[in-house]
Design a binder for this molecule. Structure first.
Ligand code: ADP
Ligand code: MG
Length: 341
């Protein structure tokens, strides 16, 4: 396992707050083996050894979810999402109750967003994932997924063929060509479950899904969260105050590949089967990290009015960034703004 232990006074993605009132140092641990992204766990403390142990335990809890929700790897003695996918059209798979619970929430988000966030469209997402992987290993040969293959895959994204049997504890994809891909929701959902068990004063950044369990220890001051500028990731468009709850960003600027000078990113509009063009990034603020993750993807593939309707329904807030670099805020978000660029 590759693990970097960094003791930093100022984290890369979490800016120090008002330094004059800091009574303890912020310590941070970094992990590279969760959900195919980078994880930072931070806490203000005078007990770095105690914190290291605490962070390792948090990492271990997140790792359990990583294995359960993994669609690429098998693990000895574990039925995970890959097992479900591998058994599509063959047989129901007995799974950990957390998988059933997560998928039931995913179905709820699918219904609430009119299909904008659909973890049952793994067959479409796989074509984009494979095209991106091929492009990364061979940029000059980069090509788009085949249009006919995309259209065919779109026929296998229905929730009618996702059979969640709570009583039996099984999941069955009755369509042999259907696949699940929970990349849009799993990180936030797992983070929420883990964070609910933690004491106050911890901040976890799981690949842009940021969750605070309460204000910095020993101070009543919020964590300061930077929202990246999609045009220049070394700078922030604004910073947000976060006492407790989650800030989750979906953006087009970290995972993409280029064909004929045009970038193709990883958030797909289920209507078209193509990367969505509404926004460069959408950031959601919510008490629930799973909800925030689902909404960040959903709002990314819809206009602002539809997005605002969803925010109203769930009591969440959002910041949208368009391709001109304009920022739009939901009414309640401005209360969290610490600083604008
Ligand atoms: P990230 O995971 O990069 O933080 P998101 O939360 O928006 O960003 O999730 C993007 C991932 O979700 C993609 O890599 C893909 O696996 C999947 N995905 C892309 N578009 C959709 C969509 N409309 N509905 C459900 N899942 C999607
Ligand atoms: Mg998401």
């Amino acid at each position: 396992m590759r693990r970097w232990i960094l003791w930093l006074l100022v984290a890369a993605l979490v800016l120090a707050g008002c330094s004059t009132v800091q009574r303890a140092k912020v310590h941070q641990m970094t992990y590279l083996d969760l959900f195919d992204t980078v994880t930072y766990i931070s806490r203000y403390t005078d007990d770095p050894e105690g914190f290291q142990k605490e962070a390792d335990e948090i990492h271990e809890s997140l790792m359990e979810y990583h294995r359960l929700f993994d669609i690429y790897h098998d693990y000895d003695g574990l039925n995970n999402l890959k097992t479900i996918n591998d058994h599509a059209g063959i047989a129901p798979v007995k799974v950990d109750p957390r998988i059933l619970s997560m998928l039931a929430d995913c179905r709820g988000y699918y219904e609430a967003t009119d299909g904008a966030v659909n973890v049952a469209m793994g067959s479409v997402l796989k074509l984009w994932h494979d095209a991106r992987s091929d492009a990364v290993s061979n940029p000059s040969g980069a090509k788009l997924p085949d249009r006919a293959a995309l259209e065919a895959a779109k026929e296998h994204c229905s929730w009618d063929t996702v059979i969640l049997d709570e009583a039996a504890g099984t999941v069955y994809l009755s369509d042999p060509q259907q696949r699940l891909d929970v990349g849009a929701i799993a990180k936030g959902w797992a983070l929420q479950r883990v964070a609910e068990e933690l004491p106050a004063g911890i901040l976890i950044n799981l690949g842009g899904n940021v969750c605070a369990t309460g204000p910095k220890k020993g101070e009543n001051t919020p964590w300061i969260i930077g929202v990246h500028d999609p045009k220049d990731q070394s700078s922030y468009l604004c910073t947000l105050n976060l006492m407790t709850g989650s800030a989750v960003t979906s953006g087009d600027y970290q995972r993409f590949f280029t064909v004929n000078g045009q970038n193709y990113h990883h958030i797909i509009d289920p209507q078209t089967g193509m990367p969505s063009a509404y926004w460069r990034s959408v950031t959601i603020l919510s008490d629930d990290s799973g909800l925030a993750d689902a909404l960040s993807t959903a709002l990314f593939v819809m206009d602002r009015d539809r997005g605002q309707t969803l925010l109203n329904r769930y009591g969440a807030e959002a910041m949208w960034v368009d391709d001109q670099g304009n920022c739009f805020y939901s009414d309640g978000l401005t209360a969290y703004l610490q600083q604008e660029k």
